[in-house]
Design a binder for this molecule. Sequence first.
Ligand code: SF4
Ligand code: SF4
Length: 435
Amino acid sequence: MTEEVIDVIEISNGSAKLSRELLDSCIHCGLCLPACPTYLATGREMESPRGRIYLLSKWQEEGGELAPRAIEHLESCLGCLGCQTACPSGVKYEAILDQARPHLAARRNWLTRQIMRFGFSQILPNYGRLKILGFLLRLVQTLKLDSFVAKLPWIAHGPPIFRKVADFQMFTPTVVKHLPLPKKSWKAGAKIGSAKLFSGCVMDIFYNHVNHAALRLMVRQGTVVEVPAQTCCGALAFHAGELDIATALAKQNIDLFAQSDDHIVVTSAGCGAMLKHYEQLLAADPVYKEQARSFSQRVQDLSENLALGNFPDMTGTSQSHMVYHAACHLAHAQGVRVQPQDLLSTVAASTGAHLYDLPEAEHCCGSAGIYNLLNTSLSLKVLDRKMNFIEESGADVVVTSNPGCLLQLEAGVKARGLNVKVKHLAEALDDAFAN
Ligand code: SF4
Ligand code: SF4
């Protein structure tokens, strides 16, 4: 087996070094521009990958402080990696972004940064606190307090900080009753293998039913599934440039999953991409380097795991018109493209449902972690383009694989009043057995 070259995130004074070599690999051809959702939404060069690489390159050459305008252009990057897929010169945009993000974090408003750090380190990794949060949100939604507050004139037309309440309401999915996942699940009879389920934090609170569907599907194929103790993958902290928090969470997960060699199956594309990225994150760590490498190699998206088996007993019937929206963190970050499509083709062939191609299926929907809350206006522009394609397709079911995409597309469907159901791939597959 050939040794794969890993881009090491070099840390100096708490921040990552920008690599001249990576920045110079861009030949400014512009072929990535049509793949960049923020460029398509604004038409501005500085909102494109080429523009952002130019800004970082200039800053690296000249030194000094990053100009506020440059920070805005860099912060408005979705991190979707559509440009990396499109680039014919093999520019490693993800590695450039990994190095730039801690610098952006260091220049963030102090209060905003502390609030974000508190959420990444004290809420997301603490399952008990998350469950309380989920319960309170459910209560607020049941009493319709969220829509009442969001419509108050001094909130809807008040200062930006108040309007965030309305944004939060728009992007919060309906929280359903949380049912704990069984620690171990299996089906009597033939055992084809065993796996560990990574249930995620946001995923399991907002989309707990998706994890249950994933468990049922894996067990149906004869896999013995365990849900071990785990913590937040650290993706939101990492994407916000808070490397210390992301690194600490990565080490905890590596330790928690160290007892077995089983595949670690993930239902959230964002978590999966992060878990596979531990290898790069800890490549310079003398203690965790090797463990991180073998951990990342064990990680599978749910679709990769299910594609190894089959579903001969899929007997439901459906008239649905489905389209598939490929989550950026699945298609671009993990390179998983074929398996979800194949699994949906199986659903279509077995149930009578129709599967259509969605134009720009691999373009970001504008969710990008907490981007929709931080850059709401641009996020909605990006979503608008996605929703135009969905509406034109005539689909009544949109399938995707990431909690961020689910809530973003649900917000788009709600805003347009469409009769479209947004489903996780696990739900689309599980439903094919339910009729
Ligand atoms: S990132 Fe790639 S495609 Fe985009 S301008 Fe640079 S070399 Fe061209
Ligand atoms: S990561 Fe996405 S938003 Fe950022 S420059 Fe690349 S294509 Fe554009």
